[in-house]
Design a protein around this ligand. Structure first.
Ligand code: FES
Length: 165
């Protein structure tokens, strides 16, 4: 476990008494602080509450609000609520999976990109919608996926060039 994680656990556990009923709020708070639930996080939460790791893991995997891999530098969220799904959201999601060569819920090996799907994000008139680093990309199409992705790559290479100067 990293020191930084240890500090997060200490801080979070100080707010929540060791009661099973705080399990979900504890998991949410740890995820908010670390960006995801690591294996260590699950173990520590179980230990704090005095419940089994299997139970902690079972609850965490039941809810799709929890993620078990860290976020990439660019976090891509594809909306799959009804409006977006009807307007071709699945094709957009397939497009990102192809471009990134990762499945939804995954992260690229270089930690540059992570991909997630969510339910309605509240701007259905712009469906299908994708959020990239919290910026809305409206009316997405598989063609636009390639464009957006090329833009991100371009930005990435420019910022590393600037870094070298
Ligand atoms: S369904 Fe995608 S924004 Fe509402």
């Amino acid at each position: 476990m990293l020191d930084e994680e240890g500090e997060v656990f200490k801080e979070v556990f100080s707010y929540f008494p060791a009661r099973r009923r705080y399990l979900i709020r504890l998991l949410q708070t740890v995820q908010q602080k670390l960006g995801y639930l690591s294996e260590d996080a699950m173990k520590e939460v179980a230990l704090h509450l005095g419940i089994s790791e299997a139970e902690t893991f079972g609850v965490a995997t039941f809810y799709n609000q929890f993620r078990f891999v860290p976020l990439g530098k660019h976090h891509i969220v594809v909306c799959m609520g009804t409006a977006c799904h009807t307007m071709g959201g699945q094709l957009v999601l397939d497009g990102f999976e192809r471009e990134l060569d990762v499945k939804v819920g995954g992260i690229t090996p270089d930690h540059e990109y992570s991909l997630e799907r969510v339910g309605c994000i509240g701007c259905c008139t712009k469906a299908p919608v994708v959020l990239i680093n919290n910026i809305i990309h409206p009316k997405m199409t598989p063609y636009k996926v390639a464009e957006v992705f090329a833009g991100l790559r371009d930005k990435g290479s420019k910022s590393s060039e600037e870094h070298q100067e």
